[in-house]
Design a protein around this ligand. Structure first.
Ligand code: PMV
Length: 312
């Protein structure tokens, strides 16, 4: 690393995320509901003579033609920052539909702004993260970066951006990794190609998903977890109809439902990666069932909104 010791380090963090409902449809302008999870990425950045970036074991310097160095160049360009030395730590499985790349993009954008002594604002951080994401994703909707920034539950549309959501009762989720990660860019492209071949199928599926997402918002605002779980199951069916599921994802969903999950579905791009399961109370039994079935699993909680406990 070639950071000059006199240059201050700025630090920043980005959360991983889970899409509760609406992935892929969100690329076509439909709403999605997403939430930040506690795992994520943290970055530190310092002005340097030449840009360089290290993420865990992987490192890259300006001009080496890697995606990493191009992504850093794009974020620096977007934020009007000169060359920087950047170090990133990630405690989230990458490429699994948990928004790893957006978490890194948000962390890097925040660290760059902090290193420059600039006030961070949502628009600036999201613009920086979007520049990062475009290198890896091609055509990201922005939902990942918005959830990585907010860390809590959001309603997201491409046109309207993120909107904080009221969460009446906490949502306990078990998350498992159902097979090797798939490329988000590839899965989004597969859906686009399917839409070219079968516009009727894609159109009807997107309309169906939109209805589910809108109803899910009402469930989350009312604290109706059972109904939310059923909507998640239906969303999984529609995603499977778009060829985004795999036998391992279906097996993981079945394991979770057999263990008492209110609903289970893939989250993110599909084709592998993560499955989320909504628990009635604690997610521990679902996490245990996933592990018993041979999956890597963990639990996370989407907290209720602060005002949710207040009796009106
Ligand atoms: O696979 P992930 O975590 O990057 O999730 C992407 C969500 C999609 O809707 C599939 C793509 C997007 O840009 O919104």
């Amino acid at each position: 690393m070639n950071a000059t010791s006199n240059n201050p380090w700025g630090t920043g963090r980005g959360n991983g995320k889970t899409v509760l409902l609406g992935e892929h449809a969100v690329v076509y302008g439909m709403p999605a509901i997403a939430a930040g999870i506690s795992l994520g990425a943290s970055a530190r950045a310092s002005a340097a003579e030449r840009s360089s970036i290290r993420i865990g074991e992987q490192s890259s310097v300006a001009g080496d033609d890697s995606e990493l160095s191009r992504a850093l160049e794009q974020v620096c360009g977007e934020l009007g920052a000169g060359p920087h030395s950047v170090e990133v730590e990630v405690n989230l499985p990458l490429g699994s539909g948990l928004g790893g790349s957006a978490a890194i993009g948000v962390a890097v954008a925040r660290a760059l702004l902090a290193a420059r002594g600039e006030q961070e604002g949502e628009a600036r951080v999201l613009a920086g993260a979007a520049a990062w994401e475009r290198v890896f994703h091609g055509n990201p909707s922005g939902v990942d970066a918005a959830a990585a920034y907010s860390g809590s539950c959001i309603w997201f549309t491409k046109a309207g951006g993120p909107e904080p959501m009221f969460v009446a009762a906490p949502l306990e989720l078990a998350i498992c990794l159902a097979g090797p990660p798939a490329s988000t860019k590839q899965m989004v492209e597969n859906v686009r190609q399917l839409g070219e071949r079968r516009p009727d199928l894609l159109g009807k599926s997107l309309a169906g998903i939109e209805v589910l997402v809108k109803n899910a918002r009402l469930c989350i605002e009312a604290g109706d977890r059972s109904a939310l779980g059923q909507l998640m199951n239906l969303n999984q069916m529609l995603l499977a109809g778009l060829f985004l599921s795999t036998p391992e994802i279906e097996r993981a969903c079945a394991v979770a439902r057999d263990a008492g999950a209110l609903g289970a579905k893939l989250t993110g791009a599909g084709g592998g990666g993560a499955v989320i399961a909504l628990a009635e109370a604690s997610a521990a039994p679902l996490e245990a069932a996933f592990r018993e079935a041979g999956f890597t699993a963990f639990s996370t909680r989407i907290a209720a909104s602060p005002a949710a406990g207040v009796k009106l």
